[in-house]
Ligand binder design. Structure first.
Ligand code: HEC
Ligand code: HEC
Ligand code: HEC
Ligand code: HEC
Ligand code: HEC
Length: 312
């Protein structure tokens, strides 16, 4: 730290010491109610008063206890808990995250917006699909507990949260910052590996189609055929799909047959936050033409290994 006065340098070193000690010394117990002994490494003992006062910090129980009383985990230690980082985050269960973040599943939306619009009167364009049900709820609820979400998917906290950088949420900003890939600048998730899968635009080009589904669906749907997607996707194209641990493949197909194309479009363009679509893997399907279309030559032929149901 060239150019800084000595006392400022000491200050920085002390802060770094605290964070390091918190990060290394504390880990969430996988056994309910077990007290974890802090193994502070030498230098931090003097600098971190809060930890030297008591050497044993009881961790939160590793089960969902909405009303859990008992001692709260030490704030800094919890913030730098191993569970927020790879590799521990890959194994984390929802219940473990919810020990400290229970508000994620109990939060309610406001009764009205700051400008006075009542929640009961609000309806966004992406909430007009047939599958959208119920009152306004939070983002997390829409992905974890809404009636449609519970039927078609099975998202875990760590599907989206792959570890973030509690320091400043920016990659390469410090020696300890995380590499690009798990999360994106100033976000705690990587949208390209999560949101884009279900909120990309309708991949018309891959289908040799042109325009939006809203314009073309008329051509594929009538009184009897409510789901035009299935005209081509029931038997002819890409019939091997959704074989991943975070989707309920069978339920999706059942709902799609009973319902309208909104079931399918909901994740493939009907709630598009992006102009691009996700480069889906292209699984071989029965009677698949041998020739690979130009756009598909770079596509994987299987889902990401961590999500596959069947390992070959
Ligand atoms: C031992 C308690 C504890 C556990 C377990 C825990 N967290 Fe945290 N988490 C915290 C604390 C404390 C912070 C810092 C909050 C702050 O600074 O406002 C934090 C921050 C976060 C943030 C960033 C919030 C923000 O606004 O920047 C995310 C996202 C997060 N945790 C997700 C998770 C996920 C996902 C899991 C499970 C894999 C998890 N946490 C497990 C205590 C915990
Ligand atoms: C569909 C993807 C997704 C899932 C599943 C998900 N989250 Fe989040 N979470 C997000 C996004 C996106 C944000 C906002 C991130 C940002 O601001 O960078 C967020 C924010 C948070 C925050 C920060 C506090 C806040 O309210 O903004 C915490 C803590 C958190 N999530 C915990 C969890 C926990 C615990 C679970 C599992 C029970 C979970 N999340 C499941 C995507 C998800
Ligand atoms: C596996 C598919 C999937 C992934 C991944 C996913 N979503 Fe969603 N998202 C859905 C579905 C399905 C709904 C509609 C749920 C319903 O109708 O109850 C939805 C709804 C939404 C809504 C509308 C909420 C409302 O109140 O109507 C927003 C905003 C949203 N998602 C943002 C995101 C973001 C941001 C991410 C990435 C962090 C993400 N989604 C990841 C499937 C997904
Ligand atoms: C006219 C026939 C047709 C209709 C109707 C149709 N598709 Fe497709 N779809 C295709 C073809 C052809 C492909 C590409 C097959 C291949 O990989 O060679 C495809 C590919 C896809 C892909 C993968 C795209 C990629 O880039 O990997 C998705 C997702 C998809 N369709 C969803 C839908 C949805 C959702 C609907 C209804 C809203 C729909 N399709 C309607 C013919 C159709
Ligand atoms: C809850 C969200 C969701 C719904 C509903 C949904 N999909 Fe998908 N779809 C996805 C995701 C995520 C993937 C990527 C899965 C993977 O990586 O293997 C995918 C992949 C696909 C693919 C690529 C298949 C391949 O080769 O692997 C096609 C085609 C497709 N979906 C069509 C449809 C059709 C048709 C429907 C309605 C019957 C539908 N989807 C309903 C989320 C959804």
């Amino acid at each position: 730290m060239i150019g800084l006065p000595q006392n400022v340098q000491v200050f920085f070193a002390t802060i770094a010491g605290c964070l390091l000690a918190a990060g290394v010394g504390y880990s969430l117990s996988s056994h309910p109610n077990e007290a974890t002994k802090l193994t502070n490494s030498g230098s931090s003992e003097k600098t971190d008063q809060r930890q030297s006062n008591s050497n044993v910090v009881p961790t939160a129980p590793a089960v969902v206890l909405p009303t859990a009383k008992g001692p709260r985990p030490h704030y800094l230690a919890a913030k730098w808990d191993k569970i927020h980082f790879k590799p521990a985050i890959d194994k984390a269960t929802n219940a473990q995250c919810l020990v400290c973040h229970h508000e994620i599943v109990t939060h309610k939306v406001r009764k009205q917006s700051p400008a006075g619009l009542k929640t009961t009167q609000a309806l966004a364009w992406y909430q007009t699909l047939d599958t959208y049900k119920g009152e306004q709820v939070t983002f997390h609820d829409r992905h974890l507990s809404s009636p449609f979400a519970k039927k078609v998917m099975n998202l875990k906290c760590n599907f989206c949260h792959q570890g973030h950088d509690p320091r400043e949420e920016a990659s390469f900003s410090s020696a300890t910052s995380k590499e690009l890939g798990d999360f994106t600048m100033r976000k705690s998730v990587n949208p390209e590996k999560s949101c884009l899968m279900c909120h990309g635009s309708f991949p018309a080009e891959s289908m040799g189609l042109e325009g939006s589904w809203a314009e073309m669906r008329e051509g594929f749907e009538d009184e009897e055929t409510q789901n035009g997607c299935l005209m081509c996707h029931q038997e002819t194209f890409r019939t091997v799909r959704h074989q991943v641990n975070y989707l309920n493949a069978k339920v999706i197909e059942d709902l799609a047959k009973k319902g309208t194309s909104d079931v399918c479009i909901g994740c493939h363009g009907g709630r598009a936050w992006y102009r691009t679509s996700y480069p889906y893997p292209r699984h071989a399907w029965p009677d698949m033409p041998e020739e690979i279309p130009e756009w598909a030559t770079t596509r994987p032929t299987e889902s990401a290994p961590e999500h596959r149901l069947v390992t070959k």
